[in-house]
Design a protein. Structure first.
Length: 384
């Protein structure tokens, strides 16, 4: 039985991971978990799986009543707790399901501890891909991606000789505004009404602007060590083909499965094996597949993501920080949906002249991350 650590157990990714673990009870044991604020949901997980270690975001004093309910569980706290959890000696695999730059330190801790790493934390790879790849290379490790698109590419790409691969294509549903005009009066409900996936609010907003796909382009660059001109995006409203690998002879290998995160998660947990099917299969009878190029004018943050990725250095980290700040402000009702790309572009423009790619350190990235958030906040306060 394989011991698993799950960072971000109560979010959308974490919930799908829990469901997969539940489906293969003789294969996996949940040894450690983390949660942010959803203590009732975490409590249910602790009672069902009885892990040995759990990490909470608050202090011991803030969580005293909750902790007292689980005398057999050891609790750790905050960022240091996530790092400890990522290096848990009894666990072979660390699943990183938390979002944002908060996933960076535990990712590096898991690499340092020599863990098998499964990650849905695209923001850390986007912000510090060079540093993560350097650490992985030194440790002789690689990341198995959990996102459906990267997992699709990974499961094809890893089974081919790299010399035969011409390019890859990540698919995108197009979000709620694929066939709808983006206007200043767009409501929060409209933005959060994703046509295919049920996700957290932040990633749903990112899907509506298509920056989520832009982040995935940058992530693919680091995961597959591939130049940006070989990484394509295709709009695919049905969201059934998750990734395409084109070989040098023109053949295109497509990975197709239901729009259900349990599929890529199970494939990742079992890799390089293929798990026995436990979830509802995909019936292709009568299905129509559509593919089209994205509209970079309508979705400027996708284009900006390519630009930031190609610039390299601090730019992907600045892009992520500015976007996180703008999206948070939108969700708090402080700005309009159409203001998000304006703010992100203005922050990016402030850093073009000072970008550098040599000698980049983790401290420099975290410093620019904090600085970009402050600048974005000032722009928001002053009106975009």
């Amino acid at each position: 039985m394989e011991n698993i650590v799950l960072l971000g157990s109560t979010g959308s990714i974490g919930s799908s991971v829990i469901d997969v673990l539940r489906s293969y009870p003789s294969k996996f044991r949940l040894a450690g978990v983390s949660a942010h604020k959803n203590l009732p949901k975490l409590g249910k997980i602790l009672r069902e799986f009885t892990p040995e270690l759990a990490c909470l975001s608050g202090s011991p004093e803030e969580n005293r009543d909750f902790i007292s309910q689980f005398p057999s569980v050891e609790f750790v706290f905050g960022e240091d707790g996530l790092v400890s959890l990522a290096g848990l000696s009894s666990a072979l695999t660390v699943v990183i399901g938390i979002s944002g730059i908060a996933g960076l330190s535990p990712t590096l801790a898991a690499v340092k501890a020599g863990k098998r790493i499964l990650s849905a934390n695209k923001e850390s790879i986007v912000a510090a891909g060079d540093i993560i790849n350097s650490a992985l290379s030194q440790a002789g490790l690689f990341i198995i991606p959990l996102d459906s698109e990267h997992n699709a590419i990974f499961n094809i790409y890893s089974r081919l000789e790299t010399i035969f691969v011409k390019n890859i294509s990540l698919t995108a549903s197009g979000g709620p505004f694929l066939n709808k005009t983006i206007t200043p009066g767009i409501s929060m409900d409209e933005v959060l009404n994703h046509p295919v996936w049920e996700m957290g609010k932040t990633i749903t907003v990112n899907s509506a602007t298509l920056i989520n796909k832009g982040f995935e382009v940058i992530e693919a660059h680091y995961l597959f060590h591939m130049d940006y001109e070989r990484i394509k995006v295709l709009i695919h409203p049905q969201s059934l083909v998750h990734g395409i690998v084109e070989t040098i002879d023109g053949t295109q290998f497509m990975a197709c499965s239901p729009s259900d995160m349990r599929y890529p998660i199970a494939l990742s947990l079992f890799y390089p094996e293929i798990p026995e099917q436990k979830f509802a299969p995909l019936d292709l009878n009568g299905r129509m597949f559509e593919f089209s190029k994205p509209d970079f004018e309508k979705f400027p943050l996708l284009k900006l993501s390519y630009e930031a990725g190609i610039e390299g250095g601090i730019m992907p980290a600045v892009l992520n920080a500015a976007n996180e700040t703008a999206v948070c402000s939108f969700l708090e009702g402080k700005i309009r949906f159409i203001d998000i790309p304006v703010i992100v572009r203005r922050v990016i423009d402030k850093y073009i002249a000072q970008n550098h790619t040599e000698g980049l350190t983790l401290e420099a990235i975290l410093d620019k991350d904090r600085e970009a958030r402050i600048i974005a906040g000032e722009l928001i306060a002053g009106g975009p």
